[in-house]
Write a protein that binds this ligand. Sequence first.
Ligand code: HAM
Length: 425
Amino acid sequence: MGKYSRPRGTHDVYAGAEKWEDDSVRWNVVESLWREICRIYGYQEIRTPIFEQTELFKRSIGDGTDIVSKEMYTFDTPGGDSITLRPEGTAGTLRGYLDSGLYARGGVTKLYYIGQNFRYERPQSGRYRQHQQLGVEALGADDPALDAEVIQLMLSFFRKIGVSRTVVKINSVGSSESRAIYLTALKEFVRPFLEEFSEEGKARFANNPLRMLDTKSPRELEILTDAPSLTDYITDDERVHLETVCGYLTAAGHTYEIDPHLVRGFDYYTKTAFEVQSPDLDAQNALGGGGRYNKLVEQLGGPPTAGIGFGIGMERVMIALQRLGAELPLPTGPTAFVVTLGDAARQAGVNLLSQLRDSGIAANIEYGGRSMKAQMRAANDSGAKYALILGDDEVASGTVQLKNLADSTQVAVGLDKVVGMLRGV
Ligand code: HAM
């Protein structure tokens, strides 16, 4: 309708949208449940800037990754600094952990966030250029029980909101040392087939060989079926770590798949990497993913500090929930809707509305001098429990008609009594 449209790959989120990924009412419900789960697990909120120094992302995510090499929204400020809109939440959270001195408190620091991220990707179902993540980062221990905790937190959240079908994939990506040996073996294996790889596959071979495993090309997947497995190259300590994490998950009754080909698009991972996928999504089927990054805090100039976390894609969660026909605990409408006929009643009605709201009762009214019928329709559409109807007769007798909109019963109540009656309804 207007002159401008939203940028490609973005969307508006507003009340009552048909698509759940656009419906702010449902977003609020899911975000509240997310905060509730984080509280139960003992995580505190961190809010970091939506932009950071470009260097922070280059250092942490890695120069050879798709995100850093082609997807970042980077610009120079008038002051000459290079700034990037955050493409993910981990780097900024760790920067904040160091910057604000949280690390100095010692022990394990458990943080959660809700935030917007920006990636210049090709938009498709479940893939946006601005997306929201719900994430956690737990810093200060290399304990496999902490890996199990964050994975369980994610799964508890999915269960709580009604994502009833998930596939959990888990792997160990070792350390940079064990990975280096593995990558040599992987490249040796792929070299004779390299001509059959796409341009992107060849580029990955040269710049970020681990990412070759992340291909969607059927031919490349076929070649890679017999490729050496990273799990055969990790150290005993790394293998035991993975087994212990799996042991905790099994004991808690979770099912998961160990996927030796699971790699993620970031250089910072060490040991555990995991992803939770949904059969109810399209090609972009990861609801969330994460892993350990035991060297990252040090890389950002902090003391040696192990850490693990994950990010969940809000839009994808909403798409899956809608397709699953999930029932979210949606908020109810206002308690009261004031309907008036005539000038004197309008005066009394506006006054009554203030009294209701001052008493903490959710109440609404229609504006614009609309007919009684239109006001009643607005009252019904709002989901209100009661219409409080005022006309000349009511003003004269100091009463109001209290109409129960569910069963259409109606009684006259004293204007001085109605607020008290509705308190606690
Ligand atoms: P990620 O796998 O890139 O990980 O993103 C996490 C989740 O965000 C994905 O599983 C997906 O659901 C959603 N997501 C990512 N990109 C898009 C997009 N373009 N449009 C819609 N949804 C998207 C990270 O970002 C890591 N920082 C996670 C992490 C935290 N690892 C350790 N701590």
